[in-house]
Design a protein around this ligand. Structure first.
Ligand SMILES: Nc1ncnc2c1ncn2[C@@H]1O[C@H](COP(=O)(O)OP(=O)(O)OP(=O)(O)O)[C@@H](O)[C@H]1O
Ligand SMILES: [Mg+2]
Length: 370
């Protein structure tokens, strides 16, 4: 079907770069997700790929062909918007058939395609209804169906689930994943919702202020965030990010910060300002004495999530978040030590915000006494 290459793409609005020199590739069959906070340039990037917005500079290739100056209809892409933009006065059947009117198809062929798509999406019994007679999820499926009938080479979707309630979002997410698997087509999906990105994407592109922070699989962006921004953006509750210093003593590298002791790897390193990152689920009571890092503080708040509990630990002027099993009995006001293993500790350069890569020695390192 389709491979999409984006080369040095920039969109400048009145002196402000909404998309700033972005280069990336979506391979044939990718479920690519553009993920980032409001205003980071997701929609702008998608609209340039669709041909709805002319780039200030840069190139877009579809299957190796430059399409940068082609109008949208010559790109053979289908776009699903956040507002479904269905025609209110037309039935579901006519809404689905609408994109086919520009193609020269026989009536039979048009009907065949509409029925096929309606069956794929479970809309076959709703063909006579008007959009106002449908639920939000059903309208959503009609909007997706309208993109499907044209059999485009790639599907572009801009926050298509944001008007649905939480339960419908979950089921529609599954439907979209299944649809992607069945069609084996290239999907390009915009969202600011990390759960959507983590559950559906084969490739996540994390954007911040018009630039790429990281490109990777869901596991890669979660397990090895490339920057403080990605570390803080992906994960709930978010990763603990603590400012500190990297120092060296007794032949070991330490990450030092108030209320936290750590002894990382044997080695030498120049003193360095860093941000230490640890995910809440990697900070465990059981590890307080055998981890590479120990954090001691007072329990300020406890949240019962049913299967797990979240503990908010006051450590000086910081609130550190831990998450773990509920069988550990904790009470508010109690002193508590939490620990993390070496492989759960992320280090970022404070000046650049970028991840610091280390090759630790393969040996078990224990914490010093607190
Ligand atoms: N036509 C325009 N003229 C001027 N500035 C614009 C225009 N369209 C978007 N912008 C600005 O460009 C930036 C990126 O906008 P964009 O719509 O791409 O963000 P987004 O990531 O899709 O955000 P959201 O999640 O809120 O939809 C924003 O600062 C926005 O205000
Ligand atoms: Mg947007």
């Amino acid at each position: 079907m389709s491979r999409i290459d984006i080369i040095g793409l920039t969109q400048q609005f009145k002196g402000h770069r909404a998309v700033d020199d972005i280069s990336l590739t979506f391979d044939d069959g990718d479920f690519g997700v553009l993920l980032g906070p409001s205003g980071c340039g997701k929609t702008t990037l998608l609209r340039m790929i669709a041909g709805l917005l002319e780039p200030t500079s840069g190139q877009i290739l579809i299957d190796g062909q430059a399409v940068t100056s082609l109008p949208p209809k010559k790109r053979n892409l289908a776009m699903v918007f956040q507002s479904y933009a269905l025609y209110p006065h037309l039935s579901v059947e006519k809404n689905l058939a609408f994109p086919l009117t520009v193609l020269r198809l026989s009536k039979e062929e048009r009907q065949r395609r509409v029925l096929e798509v309606a069956t794929t999406l479970g809309l076959e019994n709703l063909l006579a209804r008007k959009p106002r007679e449908l639920s939000g999820g059903q309208r959503q499926r009609v909007a997706v169906g309208r993109a499907l009938v044209r059999q485009p080479s790639a599907y572009l979707m801009d926050e298509p689930l944001s008007n649905l309630d939480a339960k419908l979002r979950t089921s529609t997410r599954q439907e979209l994943s299944e649809l992607h698997e069945r069609l084996q087509a290239t999907f390009l999906y915009v969202t600011h919702d990390q759960v959507e990105a983590m559950t559906m994407a084969t490739k996540i592109v994390v954007l911040n202020a018009g630039r790429i922070e990281q490109i990777g699989t869901p596991a890669e962006v979660y397990d090895t965030p490339a920057s403080v921004f990605v570390a803080g953006f992906i994960g709930t509750p978010p990763m603990n990010l603590i400012e500190g210093h990297l120092t060296c003593s007794g032949g070991y590298i330490h990450a030092e910060t108030a209320g936290i002791t750590s002894k990382l790897w044997p080695g030498e390193v120049a003193a360095h300002d860093i941000v230490i990152g640890v995910r809440p689920e990697h900070l465990r009571v059981a590890r307080a004495d055998d981890g590479a890092m120990r954090i001691t503080g007072t329990i300020e708040r406890l949240e019962n999530l049913g299967s797990e509990q979240v503990v908010y630990l006051r450590v000086g002027d910081q609130l550190i978040i831990g998450k773990g099993a509920r069988e550990v009995a904790l009470t508010r006001g109690q002193q508590l030590s939490l620990g993390a293993h070496l492989d759960a500790i992320h280090l970022f350069d404070k000046a650049t915000g970028r991840r610091m890569e280390w090759i630790p020695e393969p040996q078990d390192v224990l914490v010093g006494a607190h």
